[in-house]
Design a protein around this ligand. Structure first.
Ligand code: NAD
Ligand code: TDX
Length: 335
């Protein structure tokens, strides 16, 4: 039996990853450490599973976090915990530094002290900055973050690598493109479009709508993360991608068509400051070294995602009725 400490396990990607591990990997015990921020939802995981323990702990609180390490013999650490929304980082950057940078440092220090066997940092393509119409991000692309969110993630990546070079700690970093799928918080583009369309509400499209994101279905990301944990080489960075570049306007129109809703719901609004124009991932390294290839194309992934939101209205209606209302007003009312 191995013990894997997973932070941010009640969030979108973390919960999908934990569900995969509990269902598929019977020789792993999961310790989920989550602060339960606005983005977390304990209902993202069933509460009747074995091989699982939860701690309501802030990774930025080193003393509390050290208790988790004291009480468990941890073999692996996977750090999903983060403030993850670019727009929120523009409104209020400080918590991004606290969680994404200081929290990661706490995890690194405690993991080093306990000689964990592998430390996997879940990073993002956004650390590379913004592309023009051509080219792709490879692991050799210099870091050039442009939002407080991506700057905090880049800072964390650098700390992680420093623990490899300075202390010889067995760290790994994955950098993935934009995820979509089941259990994604409605502030992000794809669930926001599905939910607003179902409610016949305006869909805010930033700027000229031509920004491009490279999309990946969350279960492909989960698969990539597991392959890095199992077979990745310590001290290495691995890009993960879904080979699915799309303009924001195109993706919104695609979803509206699927839901039989009119394009007149689209409302062009003021652009996001510093809005990255295009992301595109070269993931040939993980494909060549670890045999990773995405299983879901955009058509299949979106069909599964749209159906999930159609079948899980209670899940998102509960979120919409809480603090999210206030957030939505602040973010969009005067845009
Ligand atoms: P999310 O916002 O849905 O979930 C984040 C989780 O982390 C929540 O459960 C939250 O409560 C928890 N958390 C936040 N601060 C914490 C703290 N101080 N201590 C403990 N727990 C804390 O995020 P997500 O979309 O699931 O992203 C997970 C990770 O993947 C992040 O590190 C993000 O940067 C990275 N990532 C996300 C995407 C994407 O498209 N969503 C793409 C690439 C990488
Ligand atoms: O209302 C909106 N209107 C709009 O036009 C929102 C929420 C977004 N957008 C645009 C901005 C982006 O070009 O859609 C695109 C996607 O936006 P987000 O869903 O906010 O994602 P993005 O900013 O690309 O970042 C995401 O991918 C990388 C995740 O939130 C990050 O956590 C991850 O690291």
């Amino acid at each position: 039996m191995k013990t894997c400490l997973i932070t941010g396990g009640f969030g979108f990607i973390g919960s999908n990853f934990i569900r995969f591990v509990l269902e598929e990997k019977k020789d792993i015990t999961v310790i989920n450490v989550d602060k339960i921020t606005y983005a977390a939802n304990p209902k993202n995981l069933p509460d009747d599973h074995g091989n699982y323990k939860f701690y309501k702990t802030d990774i930025a609180d080193k003393l509390e976090l050290s208790k988790v390490f004291d009480e468990n013999n941890i073999d692996y650490v996977i750090n999903f915990a983060a403030e993850s929304h670019v727009d929120r980082s523009i409104m209020d950057p400080s918590v991004f530094i606290k969680t994404n940078v200081a929290g990661t440092l706490n995890l690194l220090e405690l993991s080093l002290k306990r000689s964990v066997k592998r430390f996997l940092q879940i990073s993002t393509d956004e650390v590379y900055g913004s592309l023009g119409l051509t080219g792709k991000f490879s692991e050799k692309t210099p870091l050039s973050p442009r939002s407080p969110y991506s700057a905090s993630k880049a800072a964390a990546d650098m700390l992680v690598m420093s623990f490899f070079h300075t202390y010889g700690m067995p760290v790994l970093i994955s950098r993935c493109s934009n995820n979509y799928g089941q259990y994604q918080f409605p502030e992000k583009l794809i669930p926001l479009v599905i939910i607003n369309a179902l409610n016949n509400k305006d869909i805010p499209l930033y700027g000229d709508g031509k920004n491009i994101r490279d999309w990946i279905y969350v279960l492909d990301h989960v698969k990539g993360i597991y392959s890095i944990l199992e077979h990745g080489k310590a001290g290495e960075v691995y890009n993960i991608g879904g080979a699915a570049e799309m303009e924001n306007e195109g993706i919104i129109k695609y979803i509206l068509n699927k839901l039989n809703k009119p394009f007149s719901l689209i409302k062009y609004v003021k652009d996001r400051p510093g809005h990255d124009r295009r992301y595109a991932m070269d993931f040939s390294k993980i494909a060549g070294e670890l045999g990773f290839l995405p299983d879901y194309d955009m058509e299949k992934g979106l069909e599964l995602t749209i159906n999930w939101y159609l079948n899980n209205e209670n899940w998102w209606r509960e979120i919409l009725s809480g603090d999210y209302k206030e957030y939505y007003k602040t973010m969009y009312d005067y845009r």
